[in-house]
Design a protein around this ligand. Structure first.
Ligand code: 5GP
Ligand code: ZN
Length: 117
């Protein structure tokens, strides 16, 4: 069973933990990463708890579209649409997922290396 009581991102969505929230709507919350790896580093999370991509059920895929669109809009607002930005999901241990609540990283504001480490 999902531990939505103690999940850090669920707690941020419920405003039980402070964070710099840039956007909060019926489905999605976006807030600054506590440990930014670039001048712009925003986390975009569904308000509902999904541990990772594998927890999305058929019919729930539209949530991903909303998250991507939110990321794009924030990239525009934050002035990195033209310079470039990344929207990244670290899914699972080898990808470095450290919080088990599905999220996109919006990263920008500097030149980003490829391939990622
Ligand atoms: P992951 O490693 O799972 O892809 O990304 C998790 C991200 O959550 C990390 O970049 C980490 O810095 C961020 N993070 C972890 N705990 C907190 C927190 O309490 N508040 C905020 N704003 N970000 C957090
Ligand atoms: Zn959660």
């Amino acid at each position: 069973m999902e531990d939505i009581e103690n999940c850090i991102f669920c707690r941020i969505v419920r405003r039980e933990i402070d964070s710099k929230v840039l956007l909060h709507d019926d489905h999605i919350t976006a807030f600054d990463d506590i440990n930014p790896v670039a001048p712009i580093h925003v986390l975009i999370v569904p308000n509902r708890h999904f541990g990772s991509l594998g927890d999305l059920q058929k019919g729930e895929e539209s949530l991903l579209g909303m998250m991507v669109q939110t990321g794009y809009r924030l990239a525009k607002q934050l002035g990195v649409e033209k310079s470039g930005f990344r929207l990244v999901i670290n899914n699972g241990p080898e990808a470095g997922q450290s919080v088990d609540h599905l999220h996109f990283h919006l990263i920008g504001g500097r030149r980003l290396g490829w391939p990622p480490g």
